[in-house]
Ligand binder design. Sequence first.
Ligand code: HEM
Ligand code: HEM
Length: 198
Amino acid sequence: MAAHNTDQLWGSVTKALHWSIALLIICNIAIAQWISTLEVDVPGDPEMWQFLTPLHKSIGMLALVFIVVRLAWAFSGTRPNLPTDTPQWQRNLTYSVHGLLYMLILLVPIAGYATSSAFDSRFELFGLFVVPNAVPENETVATVTYWLHFVSAWTLAGLVALHAASAVWHHAIKKDDILTRMLPRLAADQDSLSNPAD
Ligand code: HEM
Ligand code: HEM
């Protein structure tokens, strides 16, 4: 499989980055949601908080590295065309949602990192080394960036649900190759074997 995208297919680099980032972001939303249910006075919860918070931050920082590479890769090459029968309003909606996804996946971890730094709440990246703070301690900055992190993360979660539902709609209802062309090669091959007409 070619590394680069063409005007028909996604290359292996885009696929690997798309699915790794999706996995990291979805795990992190689940972990953040779990953290938000923990209580100070419930036995075991403070220990769980101490375990989950640096894990959430570490996964987010790893995602941020992948996201920067993804953005550089996405905007330095071509991308496959949408099917020719796609109406203009659907093209506009697709490009708007993809554009917003790109903006939010960058904003969410940056705002999270800024929040952690402004609270001076240092953490070890997967227990390896202490990540330096990006901004000096400041409660006002921390409050604003936390709000930004919270709102942008939940907006991202909503858009991802819409985006995934649209991919499934393409596959199950419209029966085009939008979903399969983003899947790893093996799964895409198996699919085209079971649909030899594709
Ligand atoms: C792609 C990555 C990320 C996603 C999807 C994400 C998502 C979220 C969400 C949804 C919440 C709010 C949970 C709630 O109360 O409902 C949250 C909280 C938080 N996030 Fe993130 N986050 C990401 C990356 C980061 C990073 C990189 C950091 C810091 C280095 C960070 C630090 C925090 C902190 C400090 C909180 C508050 C947790 C608490 O209440 O103790 N996040 N995150
Ligand atoms: C956090 C999760 C996700 C994020 C941030 C995300 C983001 C993106 C972005 C930005 C693109 C546009 C690529 C470009 O035009 O350069 C894209 C494409 C795509 N995504 Fe996702 N995605 C996520 C999860 C998913 C899931 C769960 C599915 C399937 C169920 C999915 C299916 C697809 C497909 C099929 C495409 C290709 C669309 C096309 O060929 O025009 N994505 N994704």
